[in-house]
Write a protein that binds this ligand. Structure first.
Ligand code: FAD
Length: 367
């Protein structure tokens, strides 16, 4: 029997895919998966299409997105077109969990613990041949089997009335006063999900964004309707030991440059199912597919460490940049010959951008 711990997307999708040919038990500690909501719900067009294989994504759809506006600390912005969708995570998680119950035995309100390495629910031992730890960043599987826990950052998110520049564009805010990573607004009609990502003092960054940001502060139209917070892993860790494997946030499987986890975990699940019961092959094929993307995503993440004046210069330089053939899930698309050529051309026109690019490259080679 395969024990899948955690009924979030990674756990439900694992149960669906493994349950077709194996006996699977899926355990979820909460009454309902996807609660409390800890997600902005932004996924790429490719990710949305891929999830359609498992559930009716239209039911979870909240908004269609045509691109992102990247704001400099001074309030200037550039536009990067790119199709994406905003979804309601609670609905997605419920649909996936429901689907998982067609392929696996499922237990809700059942927190899995370990006594040594024995899996236990309510004091009763659960014998399992394989264990899949899909139990997020506070994983019990990680603790019981001495996996490394990914280091992480915090995200605080509110929903509030907000006047978006354009309903079809998410807004990304850069700058030391507003986050240690980036801050965002995801339009949902009259309201928006507005969030900041920071290792510490995320609430202070959020207050700064709402009250002092040159553009955001003028467009907040009401008080907070909903507040939630969560953790985002910052590092992919080794995720296979013997007959135990991690998947999703427990393993740090997120895009390093955005913190989004829904696409990479889906790829992981499909690699797990293709290679099961060979868990080492699961690890190798995940790394073959996404290892380079994760490395490049980490390099992009260095942009968030830059000084405000450097971020202002980047935004200025990219105002006319042609983003076609760049995909948010695949940083390697920046290295395709046509995009690389456009980057070089833009760097030649903007010596500041060239200097910043060199700084990021030299920091990368020194680490
Ligand atoms: C504020 C915020 C915004 C985000 N926005 C986006 C976004 O826009 N797009 C995107 O792609 N990603 C986003 N993410 C990341 C995304 O939410 C995660 O990557 C994703 O939820 C990971 O799924 P998972 O199944 O691995 O873990 P989780 O969703 O954390 O699910 C783990 C499940 O395991 C259960 N569990 C835990 N321990 C036990 C136990 N001992 N026994 C039984 N059950 C247990 C939990 O109850 C939970 O249901 C965001 C994250 C945060 C914090």
């Amino acid at each position: 029997m395969i024990l899948v711990v955690g009924g979030g997307p990674a756990g439900s999708l694992s149960a669906i895919n493994l349950g077709k040919e194996n006996e699977v038990l899926l355990v979820e500690e909460h009454q309902s998966p996807g609660f409390p909501v800890q997600c902005a719900g932004l996924i790429s067009d490719k990710c949305f299409e891929s999830y359609k294989k498992y559930c009716r994504m239209e039911k979870a759809l909240e908004n269609k997105i045509e691109g992102a506006l990247f704001f400099s600390p001074s309030g200037d912005f550039f536009c990067a077109p790119g199709r994406a969708y905003v979804i309601e995570r609670k609905i997605l998680d419920e649909m996936l969990f429901q689907k998982a119950s067609e392929f696996a035995e499922v237990l809700i309100k059942s927190k899995l613990k370990f006594k040594g390495r024995k899996a236990v629910i309510d004091g009763k031992e659960i014998p399992a041949e394989y264990i899949i730890g899909a139990d997020g960043l506070n994983s019990e599987v990680v603790k019981a089997y001495n996996f490394e826990r990914p280091n992480f950052t915090t995200a605080v998110q509110i929903e509030t009335r907000f006047e978006a520049i354009d309903q079809s564009f998410v807004e990304i805010y850069l700058g030391k006063a507003y986050s240690e990573f980036f801050a965002y607004a995801i339009p949902l009609g009259d309201t928006a999900r507005i969030g900041v990502i920071a290792k510490e003092n995320a609430m202070n960054f959020l207050r700064n964004l709402l009250e002092k940001h040159p553009s955001v502060s003028k467009r907040i139209k009401g008080s907070i309707i909903e507040l939630n917070s969560g953790m985002i892993p910052l590092k992919l860790v080794d995720f296979v030991k013997g007959n135990v494997a991690l998947i999703g946030d427990s393993a740090g499987m997120v895009k390093p440059h955005t913190g989004g986890g829904l696409y990479y975990l889906l790829i992981a699940v499909e690699k797990l199912a293709e290679n099961f019961p060979n868990l080492k092959a699961y690890r190798d094929s995940f790394l073959k597919e996404l290892g380079r993307e994760i490395k490049l995503g980490k390099i992009i993440r260095r942009v968030y460490e830059l000084k405000d004046e450097e971020l202002n210069a980047i935004v200025r330089s990219l105002k006319d940049f042609d983003f076609s053939n760049v995909h948010m899930d695949r940083p390697s698309t920046f290295l395709s010959p046509s995009v690389l050529f456009r980057i070089i051309k833009t760097c030649i026109k903007n010596p500041d951008l060239f200097r910043i690019a060199l700084k990021i490259i030299s920091k990368t080679s020194n680490r």
